[in-house]
Design a protein around this ligand. Structure first.
Ligand SMILES: [Zn+2]
Length: 271
């Protein structure tokens, strides 16, 4: 997500979807999937809340088969992203979840509804914003670092004052949420390769030759490679998949006590 720049195609989608924008109080009372998520996984997150986003719409019958990973980029900090998705002047974007560097998480749109994070992928996906930055920022003068290069104990991102231990905590939370939706919607636990194909015409406008069309755990940059790179080439996809697998199919010796009840629940549901 980039909240500091305006992307024309989002404006077109916004115009079409504005009529379907629900009022905030309906979201607030729905509570999203969060009670289920919390009860199932029983993770001792420091903060675990639902705050309705302004922008959301119907999936128009589409099934969820993918999870799109973003980094917050321009907004950087967890609270700022949440506030932007609730801002009355925001007519362009939202996400299902925002995850802080220290593992706190806020759900903003129920998974049964469409959040506005990746244009033509919105109807089929869950959108998750990770607090942090992707390497390869489009602005060459921008020195924002790559969140995913940090290891435990390294100096935290200077643009994000959230205390934490590199990316470990927010990747742990992400794996918990991914496990929940892999189980709920049978999203394939794979990171498919490739990206949308596009070129610029003689006027310099972007022309999409073929949209990306894969299920699984997908980068925003694969869907809109002409304007987005998040979460960036350093994002640890293999680590995310192995952590998610460990939650879904725990080794008996490593299943911890505090997760035990939730894991049994997941295994029963998958059986
Ligand atoms: Zn994005």
């Amino acid at each position: 997500m980039r909240i500091t720049r305006f992307w024309p195609a989002i404006a077109a989608a916004t115009a079409m979807a504005l009529a379907a924008t629900p009022n905030l109080s309906a979201f607030e009372s729905s509570g999203g999937d969060l009670p289920d998520l919390a009860n199932t996984l029983n993770k001792p997150w420091q903060e675990f809340q639902f705050k309705g986003a302004k922008n959301a719409s119907s999936r128009n019958g589409a099934g969820v088969n993918s999870i799109v990973i973003h980094t917050t980029e321009g907004s950087g900090v967890y609270e700022n992203t949440i506030n932007w998705f609730r801002n009355s002047s925001n007519n362009s974007n939202s996400a299902h979840f925002v995850i802080a560097r220290d593992g706190r998480v806020t759900q903003m749109v129920d998974s049964s509804r469409r959040s506005w994070h990746a244009t033509y992928y919105n109807r089929r996906s869950i959108g998750i914003e990770m607090s942090g930055f992707s390497f390869g920022h489009s602005d060459p003068n921008d020195d924002k670092p790559d969140t995913w290069r940090y290891e435990v104990g390294e100096i935290p991102d200077p643009h994000d004052p959230t205390p934490g231990d590199g990316y470990r905590s927010n990747l742990d939370t992400l794996a918990q949420i991914v496990a929940f939706y892999v189980d709920k919607y049978n999203v394939p636990l794979v990171h498919p390769t490739g990206e949308a194909q596009w070129h610029r015409n003689s006027e310099g406008d972007v022309v999409i030759d073929s949209e990306y069309n894969q299920s699984g755990l997908v980068a925003h940059g694969q869907i809109q490679p002409w304007s987005r790179r998040d979460p960036g080439p350093e994002f640890p996809w293999d680590e995310l998949i192995s952590r998610t697998n460990a939650i879904l199919v725990p080794e008996p010796a490593t299943a911890s006590l505090f997760l035990g009840a939730g894991l049994l629940f997941l295994r029963r549901r998958r059986a």
